[in-house]
Every structure is written in structure tokens, then in C-alpha cells.
Design a protein around this ligand. Structure first.
Ligand code: SF4
Ligand code: SF4
Length: 448
């Protein structure tokens, strides 16, 4: 994409809330300066991708950078903090500090929870995935294009953070020239273990990969990064440069020519929309079609975790008695339309939900597709009746939030959303119990 004239940096992304603002209105910043931090997530920074003038009140929940200048970025590293870290943790501490302060830590996930892991923790393994199977998000091979050397250097840097723990590199089970090239490049690294995974959504999900590898949650954290994360590690540790560029995808049925775009956080979404979206009424989704979140009109720029924008045409006309039509041109997981008698065909996806929300009809489709092998309809029924403990016993915690159950459900129940909310509630209750127990123990110790 061409250079922007203005940047709108959202103060929220999927996992981060940059509430600790570190700049003032009207201040001039250089590319790489820290604009804000997330105090609840290890002080992960929001970096200025370009030099310019900061406006804090111009747009709600955004930091705006005007008068953009394309100058050399710099690493906003505090020397006194560095010497303190060297004393405390040695060289390994500096690497972790650099990953954090240069914006590479945003690309790290805890494989089991998808939260940002503790940068000072020791993982039992690192999973690196070059595969993106969520429809319409940036593919790993597109991000690796012409950057294979950076990728292998990034792997070496990752390994330098570990002692003896393995790195698992998830690759698609294909024999393409490109896949062979990656395999040949990493052949010399004994600590990298290749893991071939089927090209079926959601087998690139980190929680599923960790379970498949037998990496249990109670045996320590498992770090997970995608291709762009390894490239960010290389940039931060080999070049000591801030990670302020993202390769995102723009795709979906509402786009005239799907593409991978090199943009920076804060890039105006309107410019991307004007260039790629031909549908006058289209829903923009931040992420893939199964796991993305709708991009509201209030979000003006690409956020720091964006991996792709999916465009779905908004179906505005309602078909009269649409559900009783034979449906030669409709595909569905349930074989309820006459299209199931046809050969496979590509259907035009829209935001239509084809009918009203209905109660669960116990069709079992959700259980059939669930990669976590739990019973979504049963958990749904427990949650509907406010039986949160029973939902916990039915292992709602194993849900990897892939969205497949919601997608196939003929009653259009938003099961995934229910399960995400239930997991948050259960975790909150557990945290309250832990705090209560700690308080009780403290009182007992005081009394003794
Ligand atoms: S319950 Fe639904 S969202 Fe969760 S893992 Fe199963 S199919 Fe995916
Ligand atoms: S797919 Fe929907 S309707 Fe079918 S059993 Fe699951 S929740 Fe019920």
C-alpha cells in the first residue's frame, strides 16, 4: 500500500488494551517511539510506526499521528533499564527485554490459552506454525516470500532463548517447491522438530497442536508464534529494529482481487476499503471468517494484531419464505437443500443467516465437527440453564474457539461466543477463590 498521510492507531486489539499513554498531545515522535503500554500484559508497547505529530483527542480510542515523515526508525531502549536487566538476568534477560520493547512480544501466544505469555518465563517448548488455515487470513508462505533467511535466523534467535527445550515447526503436508525449500533450510537444526499437519481448519490452532504433541498445560507454558512472529524475532534481536510492519490479507467474497498487503498498524482502513472492496454494502471482519471480529465504523486504523480483513457482502433483501425454496444454489452442512444432489460448487458467501434463531434441535452437527471432542450442544444446554459447574465438568475449557460449531449449527446458535464468555466467567470465579484462599491463609499466619 502507498505511504499513508495520517495514521490512526487503535488503543485496543484482540488481546491488548494500551491504556498507559506515554506521549502528550502535539508531541513529535520518531518511528519506533513508545506511544502507550498495556499495563496488564507485561507492559507490551504500542510503537509509533512512523515519525510525526501525535494527536490524542482527535479520534476516540485512537492515537493519531499526523504530518507523517518517512525517517529511519529507532529502537526506543532505555540504557539505564538495560544495565539493570544485565545485572539481574544477564544476556538472556536483554534478549527478552528487546523482544518486549521492540514490539515482537505481541506475536507470542500461550499455546493453551492464546494469552500473551510471561516473557520472563521458561517454556517447555515453542510451537512455530507456518500454516494459516482460517479462511481469508494471511498465509505463512506469503509472509515468507523472499524472507527465508530472516526466518531461519529468527529460529536461531528463538533457540537462543531456550536451554534444551524443543521448537516444533508446523508445516503443511504438501510437496510444493516452496515447502521443500523451507525444509531444506532448516534441515541442519537438530533442535527444530518438523511437524506436518493436515491442511484442514482448525488443525493449525496452537491449543490443538500442543495437545497433539502431548504438551500438558500443568507442565509449564508452551509458547507459540506464527511466521510473522519469527520474522519479528529476527528483526528485534538480529537488527535491533522495532517491529512496526505487518503483512495482512484482504479477501472474501466482497473483494475484487484478494491480496496480501504490507501495512503498518494505524494504516487507514478507508484507504484499503476504497481500493479493494467493490460491494457498496459490505461487512468488514478483522481476521478470518470463523474467528474474526466485526470491524465497526469507529475503528479507523489497522490494529497491532490484525492478520487479515475479510469482506462479506451484506445481504439486505430478505427472501420471502426463503427456507421453503428447494435451494439448488445453496450449500449447507446439513443436507437439507437440493444442492446436496449436485456436484460441489462454489457458493457466494454473504452475511445472511437464512432464517430465524431457533432452539437447539439436537442434530449433533456441532459435536461432529468439534476438533476438541467436546459436546457443544450439551454445554449450551447447561449454560442456558445457568449450570456453570456442569458446563465446567463437560470441559468447556477444552474449546479452542475455532467457531466451527456456530458455523454448522442449523439453529444459528452462537455457541462459540457462549463458550468464550463461560470460560472467562469460570476463570474469574477461580481467581476469586484463589484470592479468598490467599487471604484466609494470610489471616491464619497472622494469628499463629
Ligand atoms: S466447541 Fe465449537 S468453537 Fe469450541 S472447539 Fe468445539 S467446534 Fe470449536
Ligand atoms: S448444531 Fe446447533 S442445533 Fe445441532 S445439536 Fe448443536 S447446538 Fe443443537
Amino acid at each position: 500500500m502507498p505511504e499513508p498521510k495520517i495514521l490512526y492507531l487503535p488503543l485496543r486489539s484482540g488481546r491488548f488494551v494500551f491504556s498507559e499513554i506515554r506521549v502528550e498531545d502535539g508531541q513529535s515522535v520518531s518511528g519506533g517511539d513508545v506511544l502507550a503500554k498495556d499495563p496488564n500484559n507485561y507492559a507490551v508497547p504500542l510503537l509509533a510506526p512512523r515519525a510525526g505529530t501525535v494527536r490524542l483527542k482527535a479520534v476516540e480510542n485512537h492515537i493519531v499521528i499526523e504530518d507523517i515523515a518517512l525517517l529511519e526508525e529507532h529502537a526506543d531502549i532505555a540504557e539505564e533499564e538495560l544495565s539493570h536487566i544485565v545485572q539481574e538476568m544477564g544476556a538472556a534477560g536483554i534478549k527478552r527485554y528487546k523482544l518486549l520493547i521492540l514490539g515482537a512480544w505481541q506475536f507470542f501466544y500461550d499455546a493453551h490459552t492464546a494469552a500473551p505469555p510471561d516473557p520472563l518465563g521458561t517454556p517447555q517448548a515453542i510451537i512455530v506454525s507456518t500454516v494459516s488455515l482460517d479462511p481469508f487470513v494471511a498465509r505463512g508462505d506469503a509472509q515468507l516470500h523472499n524472507r527465508l533467511l530472516n526466518f531461519t535466523r529468527g529460529l536461531e534467535q528463538l533457540q537462543s532463548l531456550l536451554e534444551y527445550q524443543p521448537i516444533y515447526l508446523a508445516m503443511p503436508d504438501i510437496k510444493s517447491e516452496f515447502a521443500n525449500l523451507v525444509r531444506n533450510q532448516i534441515r541442519g537444526y537438530a533442535w527444530v522438530k518438523m511437524l506436518e499437519i493436515p491442511l484442514t481448519y482448525p488443525y493449525d490452532n496452537f491449543a490443538i497442536l500442543a495437545r497433539r504433541l502431548g504438551l500438558k498445560r500443568d507442565e509449564g507454558p508452551v509458547w507459540a508464534v506464527r511466521t510473522e512472529g519469527v520474522l519479528a524475532v529476527d528483526r528485534a534481536l538480529t537488527l535491533t529494529k522495532p517491529c512496526t510492519v505487518r503483512i495482512i490479507s484482504i479477501g472474501g467474497p466482497g473483494v475484487n482481487s484478494p491480496a496480501h498487503l504490507k501495512v503498518m498498524p494505524g494504516y487507514p482502513i478507508k484507504r484499503i476499503r476504497d481500493k479493494y472492496v467493490f460491494e457498496p454494502a459490505a461487512r468488514m471482519i478483522d481476521g478470518g471468517i470463523f474467528t474474526g471480529k466485526p470491524l465497526g465504523v469507529e475503528t479507523l486504523g489497522v490494529d497491532t494484531e490484525c492478520r487479515g480483513i475479510t469482506i462479506l457482502p451484506e445481504l439486505q433483501d430478505r427472501e420471502f419464505l426463503g427456507f421453503v425454496r428447494p435451494g439448488w444454489d445453496r450449500s449447507s452442512y446439513a443436507e437439507c437443500f437440493l444442492s446436496s444432489l449436485r456436484e460441489k460448487f462454489s457458493e457466494r458467501l454473504t452475511t445472511a443467516i437464512r432464517g430465524e434463531l431457533r432452539p437447539c434441535i439436537s442434530c449433533n452437527f456441532c459435536e461432529e465437527v468439534c476438533p476438541a471432542a467436546i459436546m457443544p450442544y450439551l454445554i449450551h444446554k447447561y449454560l442456558y440453564a445457568d449450570l456453570i459447574e456442569e458446563a465446567e465438568q463437560a470441559r468447556v475449557d477444552l474449546c479452542v474457539e475455532c467457531g466451527l460449531c456456530s458455523f454448522v449449527c442449523p439453529s444459528k446458535i452462537d455457541l462459540t461466543k457462549e463458550f468464550i464468555e463461560a470460560k472467562v466467567l469460570i476463570e474469574k470465579e477461580k481467581e476469586e477463590l484463589r484470592q479468598e484462599e490467599a487471604r484466609r491463609q494470610a489471616v491464619e499466619e497472622k494469628m499463629a
